[in-house]
Design a protein around this ligand. Sequence first.
Ligand code: KG4
Ligand code: ZN
Length: 346
Amino acid sequence: MRVLGIETSCDETGIALFDSEQGLLADALFSQVEMHIEHGGVVPELASRDHVRRLLPLVDQVLAEADLSARDVDAIAYTAGPGLVGALMVGAATAHGLAWAWQVPVLGVHHMEGHLLAPMLEEERPEFPFAALLVSGGHTQLVAVHALGHYELLGESVDDAAGEAFDKAARMLSLPYPGGPHIARLAEQGNPDRFRFPRPMTDRPGLDFSFSGLKTHTLTTIRALEAQNALDDQTRADVARAFEDAVADTLVIKCRRALDQTGLKRLVVAGGVSANQRLRQRLDAALEKRGARAFYPRGRFCTDNGAMIAYVGTQRLMAGERDGQAMLATPRWPLSELTPPARRQD
Ligand code: KG4
Ligand code: ZN
């Protein structure tokens, strides 16, 4: 089965073609980052309008890259949530329009299930069951993945997501949006011994996260340095390093705990923040000591993309799941509400 995947939940338009026999045939992405940069974050209305402009040309591009035509597409999968409602609507309307025109089945899929299974696009893929750390701009969750669609929430952030914390810390240091990669780059020059930031909620049991205290600590540190006229380039790098170390350590401590608690030996790390190299190095080292192993998506599939949506869609469509004619756009949608693929008829 050959599935066209459509991702429009936030500020990237992602289109891909996945074949159940041959794997990923083509994928294309248009990032709106440049457009949102001057606003310091994603402007939902601008995001929706840009998805309208980019979607169909990207579909053509992906078909051309795979040397296929619309007739070769067996089904369409699109991100039905969670995300920005206007942006989701553009993807849903396009998916349903194409499915109707091409007379193929269509299925709305969960964006975070896409992130969760993105490592399945790699050659070395984890077998079920595994634990997963989902770290994106909107989510920080630890999940026990028993099977496709069988997800048990082990812990999550009680306030900011890890990516959101990166973005806010970046703004405090006058770095552009999205902040994660900029903090990581600046932290390269930083001295790890200059500041030590708190590792929130690691001193008590449990698998929940909280990043708002760390955010406040970062702001207080920056304000104090500014008041002393001491926020020079080296100091900014030192702050970035202390912040990145604190987030990475916190995530590693909770992942170790999740593996101990569940007895699982495989950990998937996905979502935008999983691109962070310091996090990867520390996780790999911590897991090796336990005889466990981490699986990551390749760099460009850590952040939003169409390939992960095409992949999840293929798995569910192959199991007979499909939607009726109603377009689905669900801005809030807990991952734990998902169920294994089912033959749906409505
Ligand atoms: O998964 P994603 O592309 O979009 C959401 O679904 O939220 O994640 C975006 C988030 C942003 O907050 C961005 O700052 C963060 O991922 N991010 C990173 C890195 N690359 C992206 N955070 C830390 N280090 C990185 N290298
Ligand atoms: Zn995402």
